[in-house]
Design a protein around this ligand. Structure first.
Ligand code: BGC
Length: 488
């Protein structure tokens, strides 16, 4: 009880005492907000839509989600999207980042399928209405909802999926590219590959530690590069748009700030967790430390070759520089020190770093997010230094509650804290940050956490047939920031 009280006091003292940066956001800095198809659309079997891996797996086994729910209805945005557009308009955002459900466009996923006109109509209406309100659509092509028919062939472990993905991406450019000028090929390789194909904790729930995640991400990185080059060759000169990619990045500080060993561990953590995907896209290949360590450990473990697949020289040429902007999802920071448990093949032992978060950092309802906004600035500086200051669009950043939270002071505190660090990164470190979008417009279906975690700036009443939407205090706070271009 005493402990609880003291944490509570420290937290509110912190809330009251924080000063945000006084800088204004640069003139061309853009504000947006984010969602994803499976998490908001619902209508899982309506309008000609095919089955995705999330539809399929959660219908097979409802216990995969803590509250045994699924995205069958979610926020019902398939039917209530006009309310979403109203909310976006009132918020005053420059862009809306949402994803397209692959099986709403191509119900059977691959090349041999017919395009589903009802799905096309749904996204056409959404896009046209956004543009009528001067809100730019930023479309994520893949936010984890793979067609089940393609998973039946091995999903991202099967390299034939690269062709299917490129076909799907081309279909989207052909259908919507006359109006959509900003595309994001993938959302968070780590989460759908490592968590989906190594840990078995996300669809398709495949458990293959130290192997599946690398194969998945190798194929997905190639699919990203191929789609980027295809747009560049076939569409760029006609449509004039940009293609980026979103990688999630946490920051890691050394567990003991003065320890050189812990400083090395923190860098190694970033190379493995964030460099794994950004190094190939920006520099052409995996970080050397990943290539070396995984090779050595694979040999020691009796594998004939490295568990990390290798790019050919042609592939390196193709993938290097395959981005127009780099999307960044940042939520939290960790503390790092080296670990020495290398016996079993796994990403954790390949990485060789233990990460933790101290009890004293203010917790959110999500066990992996604690109040640590400085890490966002640190990561932006790291990106600038490692990759020659590419344009970075912050495509997600958010704070979780687990109950009704219309007066969401902690979220306001967190978003201001992160935006304050973004301003410092821009003005004091000359980082090329071009925009910011929090996660999420709405409370959504939060994957295996079901409806127990709420990230929305707008509350959704999942008990009501209408899925009534009520803006929270953070929505008004963000609205003020967008219009004043300063922190409150
Ligand atoms: C994902 C979102 C998810 C959010 C909060 C991100 O990793 O892109 O889909 O809801 O984190 O967990």
């Amino acid at each position: 009880m005493f402990l609880w009280k003291s944490t509570f006091c420290i937290f509110f003292f912190h809330l009251a005492s924080t000063q945000w940066s006084n800088y204004s956001f640069p003139k061309d800095f853009i504000f947006g907000i984010t969602t994803s198809a499976y998490q908001i659309e619902g209508a899982w079997s309506e309008g000609g839509k095919g089955l995705s891996i999330w539809d399929y797996d959660l219908h097979q086994n409802s216990s995969l989600v803590v509250d045994k729910t699924n995205g069958d209805i979610a926020c019902n945005s398939y039917h209530r999207w006009k309310e979403d557009v109203e909310l976006l308009k009132h918020l005053g955002v420059n862009f809306y980042r949402f994803s397209i459900s692959w099986t709403r466009i191509l119900p059977l996923g691959g090349k041999d399928t017919k395009i589903n006109d009802e799905g096309v109509k749904y996204y056409n209406e959404l896009i046209d209405n956004l543009l009528a309100e001067e809100i730019l659509p930023y479309i994520t092509i893949y936010h984890w909802d793979l067609p089940q028919v393609l998973q039946d062939k091995g999903g991202w472990l099967n390299e034939t999926l690269i062709e299917d993905y490129v076909f799907y991406a081309r279909t989207l450019f052909q259908l919507f590219g006359d109006r959509v000028k900003h595309w994001i090929t993938f959302n968070e390789f780590f989460q759908f590959c490592e968590v989906g194909y190594s840990d078995g904790q996300r669809a398709p729930f495949v458990s293959s530690p130290g192997v599946g995640g690398y194969q998945c991400s190798h194929n997905a990185l190639l699919a990203h590069g191929r789609a980027y080059r295809m747009y560049e060759k076939e569409f760029k000169s006609i449509q004039g748009g940009n293609v980026g990619v979103t990688v999630d990045g946490s920051w890691c500080d050394p567990l003991t700030p003065t320890s050189e060993s812990d400083q090395g561990a923190a860098e190694q953590f970033t190379q493995f967790n964030y460099g794994w995907f950004t190094y190939p896209i920006l520099l052409g290949n995996y970080p050397p430390i990943m290539i070396d360590r995984i090779y050595v450990l694979s040999k020691q473990q009796g594998y004939e070759s490295s568990r990390l697949p290798a790019f050919t020289s042609e592939e390196i040429k193709m993938i290097k520089g395959s981005y127009d902007f780099l999307g960044l999802n940042y939520y939290s920071t960790y503390l790092c020190t080296f670990s020495d448990n290398f016996s079993q093949p796994s990403f954790e032992s390949d990485c060789g770093v233990l990460s933790s978060q101290p009890e004293s950092w203010e917790p959110s309802a999500a066990d992996w997010i604690k109040y640590s906004p400085w890490g966002l600035r640190e990561l932006l500086v790291w990106i600038k230094e490692h990759f020659n200051n590419p344009p970075v669009l912050i495509t997600e950043n958010g704070w979780a509650y687990n109950s009704l939270d219309l007066d969401d002071t902690e979220r306001i505190h967190y978003l201001n804290g992160c935006l304050s660090e973004v301003l410092k990164a821009i003005y004091e470190k000359e980082c090329n940050v071009i925009g910011y979008a929090p996660w999420s417009l709405l409370d959504t279906f939060e994957w295996t956490m079901g409806y127990t975690l709420k990230f929305g700036l707008v509350h959704v009443d999942f008990e009501s047939a209408n899925r009534t939407r009520i803006p929270k205090r953070s929505y008004n706070m963000f609205r003020n920031i967008i219009s004043s271009r300063r922190l409150e």
